[in-house]
Structures are given as C-alpha cells and as structure tokens.
Design a protein around this ligand. Structure first.
Ligand code: SF4
Ligand code: SF4
Length: 474
C-alpha cells in the first residue's frame, strides 16, 4: 500500500513509478491512497478501497489467509498522522463482533468481493456494468453476476487525467482511473463488460479500455418519443443477448429470462420499500445511509441478507421512535447525476445543515426502481421496454424526468430541491435550466450544484446549502 499526501505532487508521481515497478517486477497488487486529513478517521471511499484490496490479496493467496492483525497494521497509522481517530479498516468482515448494519455496509465491498471470488471459483462469471440502462436480467439469465464497476473515488481522477482531458466529468475520469491503475478488482476479474453510448465522454472512454475485456456497447436512441426508437433499442438489447451468449458460452432461454425478471423485480421492490421510511413526516433513514445500501452485485444471497438487515433496523427504529433526522428538518429532494459513497458530499452537507434528503431522483436513488419489468408477453421485449423508460438527460426530449419529479413531489413533499451536476456533464448541465423552471412552477426553493469529486468547494457549498435551508424554512 502506497500512501501519498493529498496535493503533494512528488509523492504522487514517485508513488506511481514505484507502483508500476512493484507490479511489473514482483507481480504484487498495489493500492495507492491519497491521504487527506484524518481528523474524522478514514473516509468511506478509502475504507471501501482498503477492504476491497484486502480481499484481492486474500483471493490471490491460496492456502494462506492473512489474519486481521496482519492486515490492519500500517494503513490506519499512516493516515492518522494529525492525531485523528483512525480505526482499523473493516478487513475481516466475517470475524469479530457483529456489526450494526450501517456500520457493516461501510465495508460491504469487501464482503461483495469475497462473494464474487467464491462464485468465480465455482465457475460463475462476472459481467461488469456501468450504467442503469444495462439490463441486469440478461446477465443473470446467462448464469453470470452483474457487477457495477467502481467510479466514485476522487483519488482515481488524477491518474486518469494523464490520458483524458481534465475538463471531463469526474465519474468518467474516476471509472477510467480505476482501470488504468488496475485498482477495480471487479473489473480485473470480469469476463465481459457492458457499456453504453449515454454521453460522448463515456462512449469514447470505452474505446480506451476495450482491449482489456470483450465489451459490448449498447447504443441508445437519442429521440425516445419517435415511434421507431423502441424498435432500435429492442434490436440493441437483442444484440446484447447474443453477445452474452457467445462470450459466456451459454444460452439465454425465455424461462431463464423470466426467472431473472422475477429476481430483479423483487430486488427493486425491496429497495423501493425502503422509501417508506422517508416518505412520512418522521424520517428513519438518512440520505447517506440510503446510499450505503446500494450494492455492486444484484440479486445475491449476500444482498438479500443485507437488505433484510437494513429493513429490520429501520422497523426497529420506527418502533422505538428513533428518528434519523430531527423533526422539522427541511425535506430535500436531490435530483441529477448519480453519486456514491466517497463522493456523497452534497447529501452529507444537506444533512449536516439541518436537512433530510428524503429522496434522490437519480440512478443512485429511486429512478431505476419505479418501474418493474412486465410479467406478460415476450420477456426480452418486456425487459427492453422497462429500461427504455429510464428518463436520462442523454435523451432529447426527456419528459419522463419531469413526470417522475412531479410524482416524487406528491409522494415525498420536499421543501427544497437540489440539482447535482458533475462538472463537464453537458446533458445534465443544460437540462438543469429546465429543472429550475420546473421547481419555480412548483414554488420550491432550488439550488443547482455543479461540482467535481474534490473537496475544494466544501466550505462554499456548505454556505450555499445552508442558505437554501434558510429559504425553505421561511
Ligand atoms: S444518469 Fe444516465 S448515463 Fe448515468 S447511469 Fe443513469 S442512465 Fe446511465
Ligand atoms: S454524469 Fe454526465 S458526463 Fe458523467 S458519465 Fe454521467 S452522463 Fe456522462
């Protein structure tokens, strides 16, 4: 594990050279961490990466499993130089005292990786995915595991900028940085990748990584309101089916697809069910906790177990009257680009400023959950139709987003709206003007936040979010 201090250019550059040498000469995996102030302990993104790294080491060392003590030695000390609290990384999820569920979810990447490695050893293949347009049902029906690939770590942005323009969306840069640095263990062990043409930056980035794994790029229609658009999309989904069959050496049958539809529908219902704990005036689940629930691998026994534990904890809180946000907290709807743990600063700042993020209209929130795949008719067409309805700003026009926003305002009664736009994301950025007009029509205070993965604007963002909270209270 190499640690460089954030902003110290020498460490970063020399660290990269050392990492390359260690990989090339010793064939050892290397994790590079840009350490920030550790006043509040390890941030969640770093903890997750450490845990994943530990699992990678474990999986490489057949016959020798490292002990928790061996694994926990140096990293926390290295990160705690300013005297801050830095507990050991959650490196050994299956040992030690039983953790409370949200504590456990902070490091669930390690459990997911262990699960994936186990499945892989038993012959199950992994398929890496990036976007919510990828129908996970097809991957499941092919007998593989669909795995969301990593892309929410600020530290992966700077290695990416060696190849990619600096003024590109941080989500693309971080995703690419993970691959360039060979730091995403799920990507490393994937048998295939499904990508998509949602935005120019992503579709060109995929060309840079296409030599690593067999890759299928789903071509989205641009004008979903045209009658021929669905036929085009259906053709793409059909081609994806053929690609998976050929690459994974399997057959996707209608019966297998129906079973996968049943599993994914159930998963969406379980996740959607968690919103009952933020819909009422009393809020039992914070926005940050809701993000922690998002797992990388869908429809596994592990995910079922974690979701059941989350639900049990929320029921317990409700029965005990334990609120997650104070009564009278400003109810906030966050819309916009997807986010994940590691880059959840906007949600965190809202909740530190007396607000409660009651719903996120985003791919990392409620958006992919609101429609299930129909149980009748041709299963492939039913799958294609569900994903065709996902309202992303890469479409022109995108009325579905505003229909969903209308519905969420009715259900969740927000007092303010924040539109998150990752810097250089043109589609979300331009559409934000329409979101502002929509919020004005609804009479809701509105804030557009255009930001990147760095923490450099945190103080300024806090002030702007606090002003929004004030405005909403009036
Ligand atoms: S916002 Fe659009 S491009 Fe991004 S994950 Fe969602 S559907 Fe895909
Ligand atoms: S946030 Fe925007 S620019 Fe970034 S990957 Fe998603 S659609 Fe593309």
């Amino acid at each position: 594990v190499l640690v460089a201090f954030f902003g110290a250019s020498h460490c970063a550059w020399e660290g990269r050279i050392i990492a390359e040498e260690v990989r090339a000469r010793l064939d050892l995996p290397v994790l590079t961490i840009n350490a920030r102030s550790a006043r509040h302990g390890l941030d969640l993104g770093t903890r997750g990466r450490l845990s994943a790294f530990v699992e990678l080491v474990r999986s490489r060392r057949a016959g020798r499993v490292l002990s928790a003590a061996e694994l926990a030695v140096e990293v926390p000390m290295a990160l705690a130089e300013d005297g801050g609290e830095a507990g050991p990384p959650g490196c050994c999820p299956n040992s030690g005292p039983k953790l409370a569920i949200f504590e456990r979810l902070r490091d669930s990447v390690a459990e997911e990786l262990a699960f994936a490695e186990q499945a892989r050893k038993q012959g199950t293949k992994l398929v890496g995915i990036y976007c919510e347009y990828t129908p996970r049902e097809l991957v499941l029906a092919a007998g593989a595991l669909p795995v969301c690939l990593c892309g929410y770590t600020p530290e992966m942005v700077s290695p990416a900028e060696e190849d990619l323009p600096a003024n590109l969306c941080p989500l693309i840069k971080s995703s690419y940085g993970y691959i360039k640095e060979r730091a995403c263990p799920f990507f490393e062990s994937a048998s295939a990748i499904v990508a998509e043409t949602t935005c120019d930056g992503k579709k060109k980035m995929y060309e840079l990584i296409a030599d690593r794994h067999p890759t299928f790029v789903l071509e989205l229609t641009q004008k979903p309101l045209e009658p021929r658009a669905f036929q085009h999309w259906l053709g793409e989904v059909r081609e994806l089916k053929h690609f998976l069959e050929k690459t994974l050496g399997t057959r996707i049958t209608d019966a297998g697809l129906r079973e996968a539809i049943r599993r994914m529908n159930r998963r969406r219902e379980l996740l959607l069910g968690l919103y009952e704990f933020t819909r009422s005036d009393d809020v039992y689940l914070t926005g940050v906790e809701r993000l922690l629930v998002n797992q990388r691998i869908a429809c596994t026994a592990l995910e079922d177990e974690l979701l059941a534990a989350v639900r049990a904890e929320l029921l317990r809180r409700r029965a005990a009257g334990e609120l997650a946000a104070p009564r009278g907290a400003v109810r906030v709807l966050v819309t916009g680009t997807p986010m994940g743990i590691g880059v959840e600063k906007v949600v965190r700042l809202v909740e530190e400023s007396g607000g409660a993020v009651v719903v996120q209209e985003a791919c990392s929130g409620i958006k992919p959950l609101v429609e299930n795949v129909a149980g009748q008719g041709d299963p492939l067409e039913a799958v294609a139709r569900k994903y065709f309805h996902l309202p992303c700003p890469c479409f022109t026009a995108n009325p579905g987003r505003f229909e969903l926003l209308d519905r969420l305002v009715g259900e969740f009664r927000p007092a303010a709206v924040i539109d998150l736009v990752w810097m250089a994301c043109h589609t979300y950025n331009v559409e934000s003007a329409l979101v502002r007009r929509w919020a004005q029509r609804k009479g809701l205070p509105f804030l557009k936040v255009e930001t990147d993965y760095s923490g450099s604007d945190t103080a300024q963002l806090r002030t702007r979010i606090e002003s929004l909270m004030e405005m909403a209270r009036k």
